[in-house]
Ligand binder design. Sequence first.
Ligand code: ISL
Length: 567
Amino acid sequence: MLTDDLPRDWFRSAVVYQVYPRSFADSDGDGVGDLRGVIDHLDHLAALGVDVLWLSPVYTSPQDDNGYDISDYRGIDPLFGTLEDLDELVGRAHGLGIRLVMDLVVNHTSDEHPWFVESRSSRDNDRRGWYFWRAEPNNWGSFFSGPAWERDERTGEYYLHLFSRKQPDLVWSEPAVREAVHEMMRWWLDRGVDGFRMDVINLIDKPDGLPDGEVKVGDPWGQAFPLVATRPRVHDYLHEMYEQVFADHDRPFLTVGEMPGVTVEQARLFTDPARREVDMVFQFEHVDLDKGPGGKFDVAPLTMPELRANLMRWQVELAEVGWNSLYWDNHDQPRAVSRFGDDDPVWRERSAKTLATVLHTLRGTPYVYQGEELGMTNVPFSAPEDFRDIESLNYIEEQQELGVPFEELLPGLRFRSRDNARTPVQWTGGEQAGFTTGEPWIPVAPNHEEINAESQVGVEGSVFEHYRALIALRHEERAVSHGSVTPLAMDHPDLWAFGRQHEGTRLLVLASFSREPVEVPPELLAGWEGAEAVVATSGDAAAGVLSRGVLPGWESVVLRSSGTLAG
Ligand code: ISL
């Protein structure tokens, strides 16, 4: 059951679970996940113990970008169900003590949204100024390949779309646009939802005059991103939104701004509670580390120390002011275990658990992306027909037009295509992984026979049960939710270690990022002789550290001790 009597920073001890509804569970056999499918599987979230469900878009949409192109902010797409289903989901989730956060996609609308339909109808329409119209486009490229401008026959002018041509950008300097968004947000809060995850919210302020972007070798288009990311007025718009939508709201809520390219200094401003902007941001530094010079699909090698240095820097920099969100993956990113762990069958479970140990004992609000709690992996895509995502499809088309054979694109796509995260959740080892009784919109991954919820929920030692233990620990142990963080052994090539402390309680987190056993530097363990292993990837891991100072390959342990200890 939910209580409304919580401090404003209640989210500090919360864990969020992201549902990408299209791929979560299909209740009616049409091959696409839906709201009733989410309702039917709420017990899975309750068993895991999460506090919040973030629902990726279910609004009315032509589905050009799987719902991130919205044509009615107050309607539910029939593909997913009805408004009544959504109300029922909110009610049932609340009954299980789970709050529900909606996706807010307001950098752009669908080109089928009535606002855009009106805007494009004539040059003097009242809503013409709600979108960017120009007689001559600038040189910007779209994030989904090709130019960021599309010529519209009716008026002969071009409109701006940073994403697909069916996602025209809104003009946030237009007060009526902001008012319409605020009103829509209040409508959802009044309906019972508990907050918003704000899609690319740091791109909403465009530079005056829309100047050309720098042209890089190998890309015909100018770079829009450096010109549109995190401009000063984003702070004003978010503060205004807080005042207009949340300031007088009388129930606990959560806001998280998705902000590609945000720096830690900027994030501190966005999440400083005194500034009243957002509770936390999704930063991208750690998921951009393995991007090569050729862009998203150019994969660069990444070592654990580089990943650790980045995330620990965010821990330190947001220690006094601001708050971190913590995530390994989501619907836009490769599967965590395949990217940062080791998805070889021998090491998959251990490394999936160890990634969880690290993320869930850091300071911040952890996010679990559907299937991550089962250790789901990337998918062995092999042909152009295997892909569904507009970003991957546009990229394949663009590169093939340039004469690059598909085989050369495949390694990058296999590693990074957003479709890796979008194959159906693996509920069972049976047909279609229990996702649908029909033909799924994207095939289920072949490894569902080994990796599925049925074989893990309630089964000791499973990845799922490890997540459950870590989530319970965050709820019980204030050193996890509220404690300080001390990075340790930062030059160790394979051991990720840090301390947490709150009042008289200290925790020591030790995680191996290698197949070989890791000898824990003795100075780290000095004073921890009588400590208790509160969570470990296995009994061996706990015993190995406490008796011999050795952590088995890809294992991890959280030690707890009360009183003053060396560290
Ligand atoms: O995957 C990316 C493109 O290379 C990211 O930059 C991604 O586009 C960025 O994270 C923004 O993502 C969000 O907005 C997009 C939508 O496609 C993503 O699914 C959403 O998470 C446009 O709405």
